[in-house]
Design a protein. Structure first.
Length: 178
């Protein structure tokens, strides 16, 4: 199969990774799977996938942003989409700066991901929101910005935000998107 139809899925949730794999294989992609950045590094050392789907938060609190950076440095032409259940403006901006083409909040399906692969240009017609940002949204974005800065280390994030670690863990559990 051609390299441009090879897809690397970097996802530590095995069930979700299998679901993505089956769905993309039905669409004609050859799917390669990795659970962490080291497995992804080993795969791209031997293969040249044209596409990648990277989870933002990998096992052990590892950041998918480091994986995005590694993949982009390895092949700047690779089309990378970041998926996350922990969406924030800060991590979205960093993912794009590091080489991702798009950033999608979970739940995202194969149609959403494939559409993100296809969209190379920005959309100047996207509607601007008239809604003001709430205090909860600002807090959530600040938490995620600090999480990204600390490499998703909850203890260090809590220390920097001046809150108890358990309080931060509870906030993260409440906001989890599956």
């Amino acid at each position: 199969m051609e390299a441009e139809r090879e897809l690397l899925v970097v996802e530590d949730d095995d069930a979700f990774a299998r679901t993505l794999q089956r769905s993309f294989e039905r669409r004609g992609y050859a799917v390669l799977r990795a659970a962490d950045i080291e497995q992804a590094r080993a795969i791209v050392a031997e293969r040249e996938p044209g596409y990648a789907v990277v989870d933002l938060k990998l096992a052990g609190g590892a950041s998918g942003l480091a994986c995005v950076q590694m993949l982009h440095e390895h092949d700047p032409g690779m089309i990378i989409v970041v998926l996350t259940g922990y969406a924030s403006i800060a991590t979205a901006v960093e993912a794009i700066k590091l080489g991702a083409r798009h950033y999608l909040a979970k739940p995202a399906n194969t149609d959403d991901i494939e559409a993100a692969f296809a969209r190379a240009e920005g959309d100047t017609e996207v509607e601007l929101s008239e809604r003001q940002t709430s205090i909860k949204t600002l807090e959530w974005e600040r938490i995620h910005e600090t999480l990204a800065e600390t490499g998703f280390n909850i203890s260090e994030t809590a220390r920097r935000l001046g809150m108890h670690r358990r309080t931060l863990a509870r906030k993260l559990e409440k906001q989890r998107v599956k």
